[in-house]
Every structure is written in structure tokens, then in C-alpha cells.
Design a protein. Structure first.
Length: 138
């Protein structure tokens, strides 16, 4: 896919984060979703959200990560992305949609977020901190 190659090319230029890199990551995540590569797409969106906490693409990345995680059946992880989106970007279009999405998730995923000391802490299925979560990720 030409668009995916272009996004990967822009993302791969240099090691310094840039405005173009963040947008390329968002585009790459979307291209991966379109191709059905949901796990890789979710990882790309989450990497963008972690690496660019002040970037204007972050709400879209959080929403993309949540959508991919829901499609993968990982509703607890999706809930964490949606909760972050609502908490940090409450007045944005993406947050309005995230509130609706939170109401449509299975109720059993609510207890996962409520059981952690920090309701936004992410964990892997094995119980350890997720990439970018926990100590040293701030």
C-alpha cells in the first residue's frame, strides 16, 4: 500500500520527534486498521499518544487505539484509552464520542479501571505495566 509506505518513510526519517512524524504515525495507524492489522495499528496509535503527549493528533490516536482494541476484544484496554481521552480532552469531538463508546462497552470492564490505584494505569495481560505505563513513563 503506497500510503503505508509513505507514512513509514516519514516516520523513519531521523531520530528526533517531529510534527511530521506524529502525523505519519496517525496515518500509519489508520492504514493498518484499513488493512485489518489491528494489533499493530493499536500499538502505533498508543506509541503516538505516549510519545507526543501535547500533540494535536493525540486525541485521534487515543480514539484509534480504543477502536482497534475493541475490535480485538480487548475492552479493558480500550476503556483505559477512552477514559484518558475523556479526562484530558473533555470538550473535543473525540471525547464526546468516547463518552458514548464508554457507555457501550461491557460493564465488566469497568471494574478493571476502578481496581487500579490510578484509574488510567495500563497493564499487560500478564499483569505487568504496559509499554509507556508505570514508573518512568511520565
Amino acid at each position: 500500500m503506497a500510503a503505508e509506505r509513505a507514512y513509514r518513510d516519514i516516520k523513519g526519517r531521523g531520530s528526533a520527534p517531529s510534527e511530521a512524524t506524529a502525523w505519519a504515525m496517525l496515518g500509519l495507524g489508520r492504514a493498518l486498521v484499513a488493512r485489518g492489522e489491528l494489533a499493530e495499528a493499536a500499538d502505533e496509535f498508543e506509541t503516538l499518544a505516549d510519545a507526543y503527549p501535547e500533540h494535536e493528533a493525540r486525541p485521534q490516536a487515543l480514539a484509534g487505539a480504543a477502536g482497534a482494541r475493541v475490535a480485538l476484544g480487548q475492552t479493558a484496554t480500550a476503556r483505559l484509552s477512552l477514559e484518558t481521552l475523556v479526562a484530558e480532552y473533555g470538550t473535543t469531538y473525540e471525547a464526546v464520542l468516547a463518552r458514548e463508546d464508554l457507555h457501550s462497552l461491557p460493564a465488566d470492564t469497568a471494574s478493571v479501571a476502578e481496581s487500579t490505584p490510578d484509574s488510567l494505569e495500563q497493564r499487560t495481560p500478564e499483569g505487568g505495566p504496559a509499554r509507556g505505563a508505570g514508573a518512568g513513563s511520565e
